[in-house]
Design a binder for this molecule. Structure first.
Ligand code: HEC
Ligand code: HEC
Length: 266
């Protein structure tokens, strides 16, 4: 008490008290408010960075406001998922026009890709990039994974093959192998339908079904290859077919050869 009274009497007491009050106020303010406002400025900065990168590398084909040009489609409303898929698999930025724009070496960091995706997402509503939950296969039962297999065979295997090994399509196009594709990009491809691929929206294919398909592909890729040709892993029919061609075919060649030899010996 004594100390405080002497302190109050000193000439510098007031400014010090004022300073302390300000510090307390400042701390109080920073405790209450900063999270939100700094997240917001992060967002705006990210979008600005994305727009700058877009103007530099994408606008030549997609237009300065992403409205599209003769060289590339409009990106208004394609959503962040499409950008993440296209850039994250190295398809974009496209180098030149081809019958099918192939995936290439990825040219940008994930941070840059997310910035461009965030910018494109501001242009119009579209599917967002998958959250970890949306593509997690944790806790799926064998039954659900089997259902993923059934969904894959019904919706995807016509183009991508029974276990996602890929397949040819008309006019020099092809459905790529899915063995190297990340779950997030599988989700992005389904939601955005790149090039010849149909779009699978949430109404047709809820997130749960996407997770099941991802789990099925995971499991199919984890199957050990026991050597020999897998023949698209189409199952016993195709494998039996080859056993027939090679087995019976081989035997008949041997039989003919023996006959010929027998004839010559005579
Ligand atoms: C050389 C021209 C070219 C450049 C450069 C280019 N694109 Fe593209 N982009 C295309 C074409 C052409 C397509 C359409 C491909 C198709 O569907 O056949 C396309 C498609 C896309 C799609 C898919 C649209 C949809 O409907 O889902 C996205 C997303 C995309 N581009 C983003 C980008 C981004 C981001 C960049 C810059 C990093 C970029 N592109 C640079 C030509 C280009
Ligand atoms: C009509 C044929 C067709 C069907 C059906 C189809 N796809 Fe595709 N898919 C394609 C084509 C073509 C591409 C290549 C597109 C490109 O290069 O932009 C592709 C690309 C993909 C990719 C990107 C692979 C990569 O990393 O390069 C994924 C993942 C994918 N498809 C998953 C699926 C799933 C899952 C289904 C079923 C729900 C499906 N597709 C159904 C034709 C098809």
């Amino acid at each position: 008490m004594n100390f405080l009274t002497t302190l109050r009497r000193r000439s510098y007491a007031r400014p010090i008290l004022l300073l302390m009050a300000l510090v307390v106020l400042g701390i109080g303010y920073s405790v209450v408010s900063p999270e939100r406002s700094s997240a917001e400025t992060d967002m705006t900065q990210q979008i600005e960075k994305g727009k700058a990168l877009f103007d530099l590398t994408c606008s030549s084909c997609h237009g300065l406001g992403a409205e599209g040009t003769q060289f590339g489609p409009s990106l208004i409303g394609v959503g962040a998922a499409s950008v993440d898929f296209q850039m994250g698999t190295g398809r974009m930025p496209a180098a030149r026009m081809e019958s099918q724009l192939p995936s290439k070496q990825v040219q940008y960091s994930q941070e840059q890709i997310e910035a461009v995706a965030a910018y494109v997402a501001t242009l119009g509503p579209g599917p967002a990039i998958a959250t970890p939950d949306q593509v997690s296969t944790d806790g799926l039962t064998e039954e659900e994974i089997a259902r993923g297999g059934a969904l894959f065979r019904a919706n995807c295997s016509a183009c991508h093959g029974i276990v996602g090994g890929g397949g040819a399509m008309p006019n020099g196009k092809f459905a790529p192998s899915l063995t190297e594709t990340s779950p997030t990009h599988i989700y992005g491809a389904m939601r955005s339908g790149p090039q010849q691929m149909p779009t699978f929206s949430k109404d047709v294919m809820p997130d749960q079904s996407v997770r099941e398909i991802i789990a099925y592909l995971d499991e199919a890729n984890a199957q050990p290859n026991h050597g020999g040709l897998t023949m698209g892993a189409a199952g016993p029919v195709s494998e039996g077919f080859w056993a027939f061609v090679i087995g019976i075919g081989g035997l008949s060649i041997v039989a003919t050869w023996i006959c010929k030899k027998g004839a010559r010996a005579r």
